[in-house]
Design a protein around this ligand. Structure first.
Ligand SMILES: [Ca+2]
Ligand SMILES: [Ca+2]
Length: 166
């Protein structure tokens, strides 16, 4: 009997430890602020897309004159159902070098999930990469918002660079 209880307890602990303490898997909606190299300055996530916490984070970014870069979505068609990530930059208007962000750390959950995005002029040229941190990995450039990345590029992206059009 004792053995069975311990086995059950071990199971519960194993399941619990697979969930990050900082951001649960249901925190699918995020407002992230970074510098141009992707160093995060602030990340706010919540389980609901219209929460006060997220609205406050967006209002703060606007008040601080942050650059609204891109919103990416788990689903195609800019559908908000599967989650989104709103990315803002601290380094002012976009140039040709632009801003970069890599799906590591808190963003690791976004690897191989992205299916569509919207960009915000004038910073509307998007390089997307297959492998986080590897600029020589498979990549592609899109100008403007993308309703659906297509079957061959769906759920593959692990890194972005957003810039002025070359
Ligand atoms: Ca997806
Ligand atoms: Ca990938």
């Amino acid at each position: 009997m004792k053995k069975a209880v311990f086995a059950l307890l071990g199971c519960v602990i194993a399941v619990g430890s697979s969930t990050p303490a900082s951001a649960g898997p249901a925190d699918d909606f995020c407002v992230g602020v970074t510098d141009e190299s992707g160093q995060r300055t602030k990340l706010t996530c919540d389980v609901k897309p219209d929460s006060g916490k997220l609205k406050a984070a967006r209002a703060e970014a606007i008040a601080a004159n942050r650059q609204d870069l891109i919103t990416w979505y788990n689903d195609a068609g800019w559908s908000t159902a599967g989650g989104w990530y709103e990315w803002w930059g601290t380094a002012g208007p976009c140039d040709r070098e632009g801003y970069k962000t890599t799906m590591t750390g808190d963003q690791t959950v976004w690897r191989n999930k992205i299916s569509s995005w919207r960009v915000w002029a004038p910073c509307d040229s998007v390089m997307s990469y297959d492998v986080a941190g590897v600029e020589s990995s498979a990549s592609r450039r899109d100008n403007g918002s993308v309703w659906y990345v297509g079957d061959d590029w769906n759920d593959t992206i692990e890194m972005f660079r957003v810039s002025l059009r070359p």
